[in-house]
Ligand binder design. Structure first.
Ligand code: ATP
Ligand code: MG
Length: 805
C-alpha cells in the first residue's frame, strides 16, 4: 500500500478516538462538579482539594482531545485554491485577544508590519487559531516584564509572507527546535516545569500551515527567547489588490470571439469603462449563437444575422462591438504565440498578412473547440460537413437547395447528430444515423436512449447503432458511406462525432492542461498563470457530484464562465463552482434532457442506486396540450439524495430537468424533493408534479413499500427463460391497442376476483400503462398473501423493447 492510502485511515482512527473520548470526559467533569458542589454530601477540605486537582486534569484531557481533533481536521482539509486572507487583520485580532493578559503581566506585545502585499493563500479561521497557539506559547514561556513581537515580512521573489512571533522568554534549546512540532513533545525543562501543556499546540500549527502550502520552524530570537517563523504563500492578486488607478486603461486581450470571448468583453467594459479591450478572432463573424445552427439549417431561423443579434434585434457584428461597446475587434486575425514574461500576444493578420504584438495586463483564452474529423478515406470529398460554424450551416443549406431528394448520413448519434436530424428530415431528406456505440445519446441511459431511437424511427429516420463508418465513396462529391453494416447511399454526410478543446495556444504558452485534455482552470477561471484566464469550450470543468474533472462543452457554461472571468479580471471575486452536465435537446416533438449522473455513470462510480421510471402527462390530462413525459430518476440508496434525472417525450421535460438540477445542487434528498413547493395550475402542471411523483416512487422503493424491477431486467429474465408471470393489469381497451410479449392479462378491476388463476409459488411482475396500476395490483397481491411480487418500472409507456400491435 502507498502512503496515500494509509494516511486517511490512520487519521480516521485518531479523530475517532478523540471524538469518542469527548463525551466520557465531559461526563466525568460534570460528575466531579456535582461532588465538588457538595450536591451528594458534605466534603472535607482534603477531599475538595483532590477533586479540584482531578477537575484540572480533566480540563487538560478535554483540551488534548480538542487539539487532536483540530489537528486531524487540519490534516484532512485541503485549502481551496482561491482561499485568501488579509493577514494583517488576523495579527491585530490576535494581539487584541492577548492584550489584557500581556498588560497584566507587564509584557510588551507589539505588531510590526513590514510588507506591501498582505494577503495569504489560506483561510482566516485556521490562521487565527494557529497564531493564537503560537502567541499563547510566547506568553506562557516568557516571564513577566518581557517582550513579545509579532512581525510580518515579505519575500517577493518566492511569493511568500513571513510571520514571526519572537519573545524574550526561556527560549527553545537548539536540539529541540525540530521536535517541538511533534505530537505531545515538550522540552525536558517544560516537562519538569509547572507550566501546563499537552505538547500539541505546535503540531496543530504545523498541520494547518502545511495544509496551506506553507512551512513553520523554530529559532532563537533577537529578543533573547524563542522565535517561531511561519512562511506562507501570498495569495494571488485579489479584488482588493487592484487599485482604481491600475484598472484605468487596463489592457485586456481576448482570444476567441464566439461565446465566452464576447461575454467577457461586454462585462469587462460594463465594469471598467476605461479598460482597453481587444478581441482577436480568426473568423470573420463574431458572437453567433452556435447552438442555433440546426434551426438555421431547418429554416426556423431564416437569416444568419438573427443568430448574431441581441434580443431586440441589434446585430452583434464588429461594428456593434466597436461603436457600442468600445471593444476593439481584430477579426481574421490569428493568435499564434503568448510571451508570458513580456505579457505579449503575437498575432497574425490572416487577410493582409504580417504579424504584430499586443501587450496585455490580462489575457483571456476563449479559443473554443474544434469538431473532431475522423481520419477516414474520402473524408475530404465535397458535401461532407461538420456542424460547427456558420460556414458549415451555409454549406449544408446550399446542398439542400439542389432540386432532388437527398440521402443524408449523419455520423455520430450524439447531441448534435440527433438535433440536426430533425432539421434535415423537415427539409425532406432521408436521414440515416450511423453510431458506433450500442445506443444513441451517451447522455442518457440505455432504455431512455432506446425510446428516443424508437421515436426517430417512427419519424422515418434510420438508426444504425453498433455501426462503424469505414470510408466515403464518390467522385468529387460524396455518394455513399461504407459502414461495418453495409453501404449507404449519401449525397451529403454530416460528421458529428464530437469536438475537442482548442488548446494549441495554451500548450505553447506552457499553461497547465487537465486530464481531459482541456485547459485547467480554478473556480476563478484562472489558468496556471494568474494573468491568463480561460473559459468556455476550451476549458475543463468539475463535475459537482463527483468532484472530478470532466469535459462538457456547452454554450450555457461558456457564458457563465465568461462572466465570472470578467468579474475577476476587473478585480472582483466571483466563482464558477462546476457543472452537473445538464443538457436538453429537441428531436422532432421530443424533448430530451438530463442532469447529474445517469444510472450507468452512478453505478460505475460505485453508488448503490435506486432508479425510478415515471411516465405521466406533463399537465392535467384533461387540459388541451397535455403531453406525455417519460422521466427517470437516479437516487443514492444510502443517502437518499437525488443523483440524476433524465427525460424524453413530447411533454415539457426542461421544467423537470431544471427542477432536478436545482435539487441536486442543493443536495436534496428525495424526501425533501417530494414536498418541494413547485408551481401548479392545470394548464401547466400536475397537482403532484411528475418529479414529485417520481420522488415518491423512489421513497416507496427505499422504504421497501414497493419492490421494483427495470424493463431491462425483465427482458433479461425473459431471454433467459426464467420462470415468472408477467402480469398486465390494464383495461381491455388498452390491451387491444398494444401488448407486451409474454404477458398474462388480468385487468385491475377483476384482479381481486381472479386471484385463484395466479399460482402462489411463482414470481409475479406486474405492470400497467404507466405502472401506477401495476403498483396497485402488487399491493392487492401482497395483501392476499402473495410473497414474490415486483412492479415493472415505467409500464408499457416506457417499455423499450418490441411491442405487439
Ligand atoms: P499545548 O499543547 O498546551 O500548547 P505546549 O505548549 O507544551 O502544550 P506546544 O505548543 O506544542 O506544546 O509546544 C511544544 C513545546 O515547545 C513546549 O512544551 C515548549 O517546551 C516549547 N516551546 C514552544 N513555544 C515556546 C516558546 N515560545 N518559548 C520556549 N519554549 C517554547
Ligand atoms: Mg503551546
Amino acid at each position: 500500500m502507498t502512503d496515500e492510502s494509509q494516511h486517511p485511515a490512520g487519521l480516521d482512527l485518531t479523530s475517532l478516538t478523540a471524538h469518542q473520548l469527548q463525551s466520557p470526559l465531559a461526563a466525568v467533569k460534570h460528575l466531579l462538579e456535582m461532588l465538588q458542589g457538595e450536591y451528594v454530601g458534605p466534603l472535607s477540605e482534603r477531599q475538595k482539594e483532590m477533586l479540584a486537582r482531578a477537575g484540572a486534569r480533566c480540563d487538560q484531557g478535554v483540551e488534548t482531545v480538542q487539539r487532536m481533533l483540530s489537528i486531524a481536521r487540519a490534516q484532512q482539509e485541503t485549502v481551496p485554491a482561491d482561499a485568501s486572507t488579509d493577514i494583517t487583520a488576523v495579527l491585530h485580532k490576535v494581539r487584541e485577544q492577548f492584550a489584557s493578559q500581556a498588560a497584566e503581566r507587564n509584557i510588551e506585545l507589539t505588531v510590526d508590519i513590514d510588507a506591501s502585499g498582505t494577503w495569504v493563500a489560506g483561510q482566516e479561521a485556521g490562521l487565527t487559531e494557529s497564531l493564537n497557539a503560537v502567541v499563547h506559547n510566547a506568553l506562557k514561556y516568557t516571564p513577566d516584564q518581557g517582550q513579545v513581537r509579532l512581525k510580518l515580512q515579505e519575500d517577493k521573489d518566492q511569493g511568500l509572507l513571513k510571520i514571526s512571533v519572537a519573545d524574550s522568554g526561556v527560549g527553545i534549546p537548539e536540539e529541540s527546535r525540530e521536535k517541538v512540532f511533534e505530537h505531545f513533545y515538550r522540552t525536558p525543562d517544560q516537562q519538569k516545569s509547572s507550566r501546563p501543556g499537552t505538547g500539541l499546540g505546535l503540531s496543530f500549527v504545523r498541520a494547518v500551515i502545511m495544509s496551506m502550502g506553507g512551512s513553520v520552524r523554530a529559532d532563537k530570537s533577537d529578543l533573547g527567547g524563542a522565535e517561531i517563523i511561519i512562511s506562507i504563500p501570498q495569495a494571488r492578486q485579489s479584488a482588493k489588490d487592484i487599485s482604481q488607478d491600475e484598472r484605468k486603461g487596463m489592457k485586456v486581450v481576448i482570444v476567441g470571439g464566439v461565446a465566452a470571448g464576447p461575454k467577457v468583453a461586454s462585462k469587462v467594459i460594463r465594469l471598467m469603462p476605461d479598460a482597453e479591450v481587444t478581441i482577436v478572432e480568426r473568423g470573420t463573424t463574431l458572437s453567433y449563437a452556435g447552438c442555433g445552427l440546426p434551426y438555421y439549417v431547418s429554416g426556423v431561423v431564416t437569416e444568419q444575422k438573427q443568430l448574431m443579434s441581441t434580443a431586440v434585434g441589434a446585430v452583434r457584428d464588429h461594428v456593434f462591438f466597436q461603436n457600442v461597446k468600445n471593444v476593439r475587434i481584430m477579426n481574421q486575425t490569428e493568435a499564434i504565440e503568448i510571451n508570458r514574461s513580456a505579457k505579449e500576444l503575437l498575432v497574425r493578420d490572416l487577410a493582409g498578412g504580417g504579424t504584430m504584438n499586443l501587450d496585455y495586463d490580462k489575457l483571456m483564452l476563449a479559443t473554443g473547440a474544434k469538431p473532431i474529423k475522423p481520419n477516414l478515406p474520402g473524408i475530404d470529398l465535397d458535401n461532407i460537413f461538420t456542424l460547427h460554424g456558420v460556414y458549415d450551416a451555409e454549406g449544408i443549406k446550399s446542398v439542400l437547395l439542389e432540386p432532388k431528394s437527398h440521402d443524408v448520413v449523419i455520423i455520430g448519434g450524439g447531441l448534435i447528430g440527433v438535433e440536426i436530424t430533425e432539421a434535415l428530415a423537415k427539409r425532406g431528406c432521408r436521414v440515416t444515423i450511423v453510431e458506433k456505440r450500442a445506443k444513441l445519446l451517451p447522455m442518457l441511459d440505455w432504455e431512455m436512449a432506446r425510446l428516443v431511437e424508437q421515436h426517430l424511427e417512427a419519424g422515418g429516420v434510420k438508426v444504425l447503432t453498433a455501426t462503424q463508418a469505414e470510408r466515403f465513396e464518390g467522385a468529387g462529391k460524396v455518394s455513399a458511406v461504407v459502414t461495418s453494416n453495409g453501404k449507404i447511399p449519401a449525397e451529403m454526410v454530416i460528421v458529428a462525432v464530437g469536438v475537442s478543446p482548442e488548446v494549441t495556444l495554451a500548450k505553447q504558452a506552457g499553461l497547465e492542461i487537465g486530464t481531459t485534455g482541456a485547459i485547467k482552470v480554478d473556480p476563478h477561471m484562472h489558468t496556471s498563470d494568474p494573468d491568463i484566464y480561460a473559459a468556455g469550450d476550451c476549458v475543463e470543468n468539475i463535475n459537482l457530484i463527483t468532484g472530478r474533472p470532466c469535459y462538457f462543452p456547452l454554450g450555457s457554461t461558456a457564458n457563465k464562465q465568461g462572466r465570472v472571468a470578467a468579474v475577476n479580471i476587473c478585480g472582483g471575486s466571483d466563482e464558477f463552482p462546476g457543472i452537473l452536465g445538464s443538457t436538453i435537446c429537441k428531436a422532432f416533438d421530443y424533448c430530451i434532457g438530463r442532469t447529474g449522473l445517469t444510472e450507468a455513470e452512478a453505478r460505475d462510480l460505485g453508488y448503490d442506486v435506486t432508479t425510478v421510471l415515471a411516465p405521466a402527462p406533463d399537465r392535467e390530462h384533461f387540459m388541451p396540450g397535455a403531453k406525455y413525459l417519460l422521466l427517470k430518476l437516479v437516487v443514492d440508496s444510502k443517502t437518499r439524495k437525488l443523483l440524476g434525472a433524465q427525460v424524453t417525450g413530447p411533454g415539457e421535460g426542461h421544467k423537470r430537468i431544471d427542477a432536478a438540477a436545482l435539487a441536486i445542487t442543493a443536495n436534496m434528498t428525495v424526501d425533501q424533493l417530494a414536498n418541494a413547493d413547485l408551481s401548479y395550475a392545470p394548464s401547466y402542471s400536475l397537482a403532484m408534479d411528475n418529479i414529485i411523483t417520481a420522488a415518491n416512487v423512489a421513497r416507496n422503493k427505499l422504504d421497501g413499500l414497493m419492490v421494483g424491477i427495470s424493463p431491462i431486467e425483465v427482458n433479461i429474465m425473459t431471454r433467459e427463460k426464467r420462470d415468472f408471470i408477467f402480469l398486465d393489469v390494464r383495461s381491455p381497451g388498452e390491451y387491444e391497442q398494444v401488448r407486451l410479449p409474454n404477458a398474462t392479462f388480468i385487468p385491475l378491476a377483476t384482479l381481486r376476483s381472479r386471484l385463484r388463476e395466479l399460482p402462489r409459488d411463482r414470481e409475479i411482475i406486474t405492470f400497467g400503462q404507466i405502472s401506477l396500476r401495476g403498483y396497485e395490483a402488487a399491493l392487492i397481491l401482497k395483501h392476499a398473501g402473495f410473497k414474490n411480487v415486483r412492479v415493472m418500472d415505467g409500464g408499457v409507456e416506457m417499455w423499450p423493447f418490441e411491442k405487439l400491435f
